[in-house]
Write a protein that binds this ligand. Sequence first.
Ligand code: GRF
Length: 204
Amino acid sequence: MNIAVFASGRGSNFQAILNAIDEGRLPARVTLLVSNNSDAGALDLARSQNIPAFHLSPKQFASEEAYVQQLLALLQQHNIELIALAGYLKKVPSVVIERYRNRILNIHPALLPSFGGPGMYGHHVHEAVIAAGVKVAGATVHLVDEEYDRGPIVHQKTINVLSDDTAETLALKVLKIEHEIYPEVLAAFARSRVKIEGRKVWIQ
Ligand code: GRF
């Protein structure tokens, strides 16, 4: 399975995916890295591994249409079968979502449908979780549809929130879980072990 990773930041989930591939836990290849942020650590990581890496932003194009066409062309040229969003802060164009329906995944650092949606990214998520006083937190892998963080849930893993947890300690614990479950879910897709019926998704 040829995976495209889309990332805006440091790329630790991208690194976890590459580790899983190296260690034989994920029968796939990352054949494309796309970032909307020219400073993203994920771009450097891809280049260090000789993975084709592109900084792609609507600002580089005369029209949204031209940007979307370039994105679609890259996905086609690299024979992409699945797109893994890994800390990608830009909305995926609806034409791409339509073309790759049920083949775009995202990892979110909370238990959706709580603590998701516009503005809920990075430290904002963990701060909201601590402020809400919930006792269980975790990470969610979900399919991407037209609404932020609302697509069908594929897998979740939980941890307990302890009385002395802060947004920072929680972020670290959740990130560890993210690095475990994202490659596991991708491996399930690569092995065709995922059953999708509308919003009901199971790993078999
Ligand atoms: C992760 O917490 C992920 O859940 C969220 O953005 C963060 C990205 O971290 N969507 P990294 O760039 O993979 O290290």
